[in-house]
Design a protein around this ligand. Structure first.
Ligand SMILES: CC(C)(COP(=O)(O)OP(=O)(O)OC[C@H]1O[C@@H](n2cnc3c(N)ncnc32)[C@H](O)[C@@H]1OP(=O)(O)O)[C@@H](O)C(=O)NCCC(=O)NCCS
Length: 203
């Protein structure tokens, strides 16, 4: 790809359901995160068979052995009755009064990784995968209602910034609120932050 071409996930890549067959056909995948790499090399197939997580791969259209990114999705729901009031208010800010307080259908990003060779190259593959998922779950042929995309994002500055730039918000405004909700002891780290994206907002 020449350096003046702006990478477009829809035009320049192909989406495939990720299976053992796809993985063995493709070059091995690494996003430089050991847990995620391990998940995508083993557990993803088990999740698929057990119907607890469906993984999609985007491969380079001009080199189909090259996996650019992987995402694992699962149905989820946000149960507003167990949330602290402040978090519930944050989540429901744009929900009509009549429908506040229900359990909202959601899709969970269980795992997301972009091949390390393609991170930070200005190709924005991770952001384009999120855009793709947003369009997918907003499209008129979506089979079920889905209001939010949710994710337990790694609690580090770059990952949180990545999701925030893509329109995600932390459900708990502060780490303290989230720690209190999870009943964490002082010596237990808050490894992830719960974030959500409202599919009714434009972005
Ligand atoms: C996080 C990740 C999916 C983003 O995909 P990407 O294609 O690199 O991201 P984009 O190009 O769309 O956006 C760039 C932003 O992503 C984030 N990012 C880039 N590389 C990253 C990395 N190695 N780890 C965490 N975040 C990263 C940064 O916020 C970056 O902005 P910056 O360059 O101003 O710091 C990808 O970097 C990745 O796979 N990281 C390792 C695994 C991971 O952290 N997954 C998320 C688990 S919740």
């Amino acid at each position: 790809m020449d350096k003046f071409h702006k990478f477009d996930l829809v035009e320049d890549a192909k989406r495939l359901p990720y299976s053992e067959e796809v993985a063995s056909f493709c070059h091995s995948f690494s996003c430089n995160d050991q847990d995620l790499d391990e998940f995508f090399s083993k557990d993803a197939f088990f999740y698929d068979v057990e119907l607890i997580g469906k993984t999609y791969a985007w491969v380079d259209a001009s080199d189909p052995r090259q996996i650019l990114g992987l995402i694992t999705l699962a149905n989820d729901s946000v149960k507003t009755n167990i949330l602290a009031t402040s978090a519930r208010n944050r989540l429901q800010r744009s929900v009509t009064n009549a429908k506040r307080g229900i359990n909202f259908p959601a899709v969970l990003i269980g795992r997301l990784g972009v091949s390390s060779a393609y991170q930070g190259k200005g190709m924005n593959i991770g952001s384009q995968i999120l855009d793709y998922v947003k369009d997918w779950f907003r499209s008129s042929d979506n089979k079920t209602g889905c209001r939010f995309i949710v994710v337990d994002a790694y609690n580090n500055e770059r990952t949180l910034r990545f999701y925030e730039r893509n329109g995600f918000k932390t459900l708990y405004k502060t780490e303290k609120e989230e720690r209190d909700f999870l009943n964490l002891n002082d010596d237990e780290p808050l490894e992830t932050r719960f974030m959500f994206f409202d599919l009714k907002t434009k972005q």
